[in-house]
Design a protein around this ligand. Structure first.
Ligand code: URA
Length: 230
């Protein structure tokens, strides 16, 4: 069984790729170790690098609103990124950088064992669906082992293209629908001041399409460049 704290410690001192050279802080991820929902972004930006925390800038603010819209708090979920150190000038992470961090993601998924994994944007999508585009697969849940993978647009997409905002808000409801399927009450039915966290609900198998694609090879996971914006 992977040890999440040990993985976080390893990430903090990692020198496996060149990204460590310019970082102020590595950004392992944060949230509940018992989270049922795990969000995977692309990589830390300026604010995340400064604070050592994921999604604390403008995209993070929108992510917080999206979580709230479906009755979740950051503390209920786990949030991480494909790469744990900031790429210079927020450029896209290189395949080798993603590959260098890939083992950490394996450990995080094993330790948290989420029911729902939400890749945010094309770089995270490529880990599970290396030859697909986010616009094609967004909001379409697929089974991977016993987890359901629900790719969604990256929240930053709405900052660049305001028209996507309502799409992203609508797509986020799918997370609520999937949670209902595993026994977590929908936001409307939830206690407005819940005495217990959503995590305390009984666990049941996730309902999702019966499609079980073969997990990609490490080489396939690296093929991120061909994918288009978002
Ligand atoms: N964008 C990401 O993909 N991750 C962050 O942590 C912040 C912005």
């Amino acid at each position: 069984m992977a040890d999440l704290e040990a993985t976080h410690r390893a990430i903090m001192t990692c020198t496996a790729c060149a990204l460590h050279k310019a970082r102020a802080n590595a950004v392992p991820g944060e949230g509940s170790p018992n989270a049922r929902v795990m969000f995977v972004g692309e990589g830390p930006g300026f604010n995340e690098d400064r604070q050592g925390r994921p999604f604390v800038g403008a995209a993070g603010q929108f992510l917080n609103e999206l979580l709230e819209s479906i009755g979740l708090r950051r503390e209920d979920v786990y949030i991480t990124n494909m790469v744990k150190c900031r790429p210079p000038n927020n450029r896209d992470p290189f395949p080798g950088e993603i590959a260098a961090c890939s083992g950490y993601m394996d450990e995080q998924i094993e330790a948290i064992d989420p029911d729902i994994i939400v890749p945010l944007g094309r770089h995270a999508l490529a880990r599970w669906f290396p030859r697909e585009t986010i616009s094609k697969l967004r909001a379409k849940p697929k089974r991977f082992g016993h987890a359901t993978v629900l790719p969604l647009y990256h929240p930053a997409a709405a900052l660049h293209n305001g028209n996507l905002r309502s799409t992203i808000v609508d797509d986020f409801r799918k997370i609520g629908d999937l949670l209902k399927g595993i026994g977590v009450p929908p936001p409307a039915a939830a206690d407005p001041q819940p005495p217990t966290s959503l995590l305390d609900q009984p666990q049941q198998p996730a309902s999702a399409p019966d499609e079980r694609p073969t997990p990609p090879t490490p080489q396939e996971r690296s093929e991120t460049q061909q994918l288009h914006l978002l």
